[in-house]
Design a protein around this ligand. Structure first.
Ligand SMILES: [Zn+2]
Length: 114
Protein backbone atom coordinates (compact mmCIF):
# COMPACT_ATOMS: atom_id res chain seq x y z
CA UNK A 1 0.00 0.00 0.00
CA UNK A 2 1.42 3.38 -0.99
CA UNK A 3 1.98 5.93 1.74
CA UNK A 4 -0.60 8.36 0.31
CA UNK A 5 -3.22 5.59 0.35
CA UNK A 6 -2.29 4.61 3.90
CA UNK A 7 -2.42 8.23 5.03
CA UNK A 8 -5.74 8.89 3.26
CA UNK A 9 -7.36 5.83 4.80
CA UNK A 10 -6.09 6.73 8.26
CA UNK A 11 -7.37 10.33 8.11
CA UNK A 12 -10.75 9.29 6.74
CA UNK A 13 -11.17 6.69 9.51
CA UNK A 14 -10.42 9.32 12.13
CA UNK A 15 -12.77 11.80 10.45
CA UNK A 16 -15.72 9.38 10.34
CA UNK A 17 -15.16 7.78 13.73
CA UNK A 18 -16.24 4.52 12.08
CA UNK A 19 -19.69 5.78 11.10
CA UNK A 20 -20.89 5.96 7.51
CA UNK A 21 -20.48 9.54 6.32
CA UNK A 22 -23.15 9.67 3.60
CA UNK A 23 -26.01 8.28 5.76
CA UNK A 24 -28.41 7.92 2.84
CA UNK A 25 -31.93 7.54 4.22
CA UNK A 26 -33.38 4.07 3.79
CA UNK A 27 -30.07 2.70 2.53
CA UNK A 28 -27.52 3.28 5.25
CA UNK A 29 -26.56 0.52 7.68
CA UNK A 30 -24.58 2.92 9.85
CA UNK A 31 -21.14 1.40 10.19
CA UNK A 32 -18.47 2.50 7.72
CA UNK A 33 -16.93 -0.48 5.96
CA UNK A 34 -15.17 0.85 2.87
CA UNK A 35 -13.50 3.93 1.41
CA UNK A 36 -15.08 5.55 -1.63
CA UNK A 37 -13.34 7.88 -4.10
CA UNK A 38 -15.56 10.85 -4.93
CA UNK A 39 -13.56 11.39 -8.09
CA UNK A 40 -12.73 8.04 -9.65
CA UNK A 41 -9.10 7.10 -9.67
CA UNK A 42 -9.45 6.57 -13.44
CA UNK A 43 -10.28 10.30 -13.72
CA UNK A 44 -7.31 11.39 -11.66
CA UNK A 45 -8.93 11.12 -8.22
CA UNK A 46 -6.35 10.77 -5.47
CA UNK A 47 -6.12 9.42 -1.94
CA UNK A 48 -6.39 12.98 -0.58
CA UNK A 49 -8.94 12.99 2.27
CA UNK A 50 -11.07 15.60 0.44
CA UNK A 51 -11.61 13.00 -2.29
CA UNK A 52 -12.63 10.19 0.06
CA UNK A 53 -15.76 9.16 1.91
CA UNK A 54 -15.99 6.44 4.55
CA UNK A 55 -19.16 4.53 3.70
CA UNK A 56 -21.23 1.57 4.74
CA UNK A 57 -21.33 -1.37 2.35
CA UNK A 58 -19.07 -1.80 -0.64
CA UNK A 59 -19.31 -1.40 -4.41
CA UNK A 60 -22.62 -3.29 -4.49
CA UNK A 61 -24.19 -2.83 -1.02
CA UNK A 62 -25.11 0.00 1.37
CA UNK A 63 -24.38 3.66 0.68
CA UNK A 64 -21.24 2.75 -1.27
CA UNK A 65 -23.22 0.51 -3.61
CA UNK A 66 -26.05 3.02 -3.97
CA UNK A 67 -23.63 5.82 -4.88
CA UNK A 68 -21.94 3.61 -7.45
CA UNK A 69 -25.29 2.77 -9.04
CA UNK A 70 -26.80 6.30 -9.00
CA UNK A 71 -24.27 8.68 -10.58
CA UNK A 72 -26.68 11.58 -11.26
CA UNK A 73 -27.89 11.76 -7.66
CA UNK A 74 -24.35 11.23 -6.43
CA UNK A 75 -22.99 14.17 -8.43
CA UNK A 76 -25.88 16.33 -7.16
CA UNK A 77 -25.05 15.47 -3.55
CA UNK A 78 -21.29 15.76 -3.91
CA UNK A 79 -20.75 12.05 -3.21
CA UNK A 80 -19.27 11.81 -6.67
CA UNK A 81 -17.15 14.48 -8.36
CA UNK A 82 -16.49 14.86 -12.08
CA UNK A 83 -12.96 14.62 -13.40
CA UNK A 84 -12.68 18.34 -14.18
CA UNK A 85 -13.65 19.41 -10.65
CA UNK A 86 -11.65 19.74 -7.45
CA UNK A 87 -13.29 17.70 -4.66
CA UNK A 88 -12.29 20.34 -2.09
CA UNK A 89 -14.57 22.87 -3.78
CA UNK A 90 -17.66 20.68 -4.06
CA UNK A 91 -20.30 20.71 -1.33
CA UNK A 92 -21.11 17.26 -0.02
CA UNK A 93 -24.32 16.22 1.76
CA UNK A 94 -23.56 14.13 4.84
CA UNK A 95 -26.77 13.19 6.62
CA UNK A 96 -28.57 16.50 7.10
CA UNK A 97 -25.45 18.62 6.81
CA UNK A 98 -23.80 20.19 3.81
CA UNK A 99 -20.06 20.47 4.23
CA UNK A 100 -16.83 20.65 2.33
CA UNK A 101 -13.96 18.27 2.99
CA UNK A 102 -10.36 19.38 3.34
CA UNK A 103 -7.20 17.33 3.18
CA UNK A 104 -6.54 17.61 6.92
CA UNK A 105 -9.64 15.53 7.69
CA UNK A 106 -11.99 18.36 8.67
CA UNK A 107 -15.61 19.03 7.83
CA UNK A 108 -15.93 22.66 6.86
CA UNK A 109 -19.47 23.67 7.60
CA UNK A 110 -21.06 26.29 5.39
CA UNK A 111 -21.75 29.61 7.02
CA UNK A 112 -25.47 30.18 7.42
CA UNK A 113 -26.65 33.24 5.51
CA UNK A 114 -28.72 35.87 7.27
ZN1 LIG B 1 -24.26 4.46 4.79
Amino acid sequence: MRSDEKNGRRIVRERSGGDCEARIQGICTGRAESVHHRKNRSQGGSWAPSNLLHLCGDGVRGCHGWITEHPAASYANGWAVRGCWNPEWIDVHLGREVVRLDDAGNYQRRQEEG
